[in-house]
Every structure is written in C-alpha cells, then in structure tokens.
Ligand binder design. Structure first.
Ligand SMILES: N[C@@H](CCC(=O)N[C@@H](CS)C(=O)NCC(=O)O)C(=O)O
Length: 210
C-alpha cells in the first residue's frame, strides 16, 4: 500500500508512546508485535532497525526509529492532525527544544540515576545533561509555565515529555512532584492516549496468556 503505516513494537516498551502518537494521527495502521528474546533480533527485523530495539515505524518505504523521532516524523507527515507548529514557524524553537531535551538529557540523566551512575561533579561540564537535579528542575519549570509546552496547544512535544514523566513516575525513576503529576494527568487524559493504553494493555494480556 502506498501510504501504509506499520508500527513495530512490544506492548511493554516505549512503543506505547509511538502508538499513542498514531492514535492522535487517526490514520489506519498495523502493528507487528516483536518478542524481546526472538523476533526483535531476527535478520528481518534487524534490516528495519539494526539496533534490534522497538519501536520502529515504517511509512510506505520510509523507516524511522527512535521514539521521539517517530513522533516528530508523524506530526510532520500528517499536518492536518495539528500536532506540531509548521516547519519554519517560530514555535518550532520550543518544539524542537523540548523534544530533543527529553530524548537526550532527560532520558540519560534519569536512566543513569536509576542505574546508580553518578557523574563526578568535576566532570559535569563534559556530560550533556550536567546533573539530574538540574535537568528535573528545568523540566519542572517548563511544564509549570502553561498547560502545554509549545504556544498553548498540545503538540508531539507534550506527548514525548509527558510520556517520559508518566512512565518515569510509574517506574519510580522520576520522583512524583505535584507539577509533574498534574501535567501527566492533563496530557494522558486525551482520548488517543486512553485508546492506545487500552490497545497495548489488551495486547500485553494476550501475550501473557499465549
Ligand atoms: N532510543 C530508543 C530506545 C529504544 C529501546 O531501548 N527500546 C527497548 C524497549 S523500551 C528495547 O527495544 N529493548 C530491547 C533490547 O535492547 O534488546 C528509542 O527512543 O526508541
């Protein structure tokens, strides 16, 4: 199919974020569920994502990997969903800023903390996130400023930042600050987020009983 959308995922993965984005877009898509121990490392899937990780998205013959990139790609490919400011618009500045800040500094500050890796204070200058305290303070200020991060409309940046906060608080890797909870509550109450959750929860339950 010329415009086919295929999500390669596992319901217990960051693929949940990509599915939420697909639900926001509202176009038909198919899902290929991959198993961590087998199909995710198969030659067929490695040809799609040589990292052997999910999610990945195929749109006709275009492949995009990396969760934040998938969300940004979809927002631009389907502008009628109004999930990103148009290319070249001034609001692209905060849009890119919070997408990249989350995929890079936030993700690695939080993961390293969870793994017990502490950057020696005299090396904070060389690590892109400095320290986790500062990263979370910056994020807290960003989500306190207004209901949404860009202009005052929900965008793919909120979907990515919100997911990082929501999953982080659920797994205990990000502390539950009232501002984070209110923001997550706001963005995750969107019907597309609820639909994506139901679909992935059902898929996860099926896999458990299979
Ligand atoms: N940077 C990637 C990370 C993807 C990732 O680590 N996915 C995990 C699941 S949440 C995975 O596929 N792990 C399987 C493995 O590494 O074997 C992204 O943002 O999409």
């Amino acid at each position: 199919m010329a415009d086919e959308l295929v999500l390669y995922t596992n319901p217990q993965s960051r693929g949940r974020i990509a599915r939420w984005m697909l639900e926001e877009i509202g176009r038909p898509y198919t899902v290929e569920v991959l198993d961590y121990a087998s199909t995710m490392k198969s030659p067929g899937y490695l040809a799609i994502n040589p990292m052997g990780k999910v999610p990945a998205l195929r749109h006709a013959d275009a492949v995009v990997t990396e969760t934040a990139a998938i969300c940004a790609y979809l927002a631009d490919a389907f502008p009628e969903a109004c999930l990103a400011p148009p290319p070249g618009h001034k609001l692209r500045a905060p849009y890119y800023r919070w997408l990249f800040f989350t995929a890079g500094p936030v993700e690695y500050a939080v993961s390293n903390k969870a793994l017990g890796f502490i950057v020696p204070p005299d090396r904070e200058r060389m690590i892109g996130y400095g320290n986790v305290t500062q990263v979370l303070a910056v994020l807290e200020a960003a989500v306190s400023r207004a209901d949404y991060l860009v202009g005052n409309e929900f965008t793919a940046a909120d979907l990515v930042v919100g997911s990082q906060l929501g999953f982080g608080m659920m797994f205990g890797t990000i502390e539950k600050r009232p501002v984070f909870e209110r923001y997550w509550q706001r963005v995750s109450s969107r019907p597309a987020c609820q639909r994506a959750k139901e679909l992935d929860d059902a898929r996860a339950a099926e896999l458990k009983t299979a």
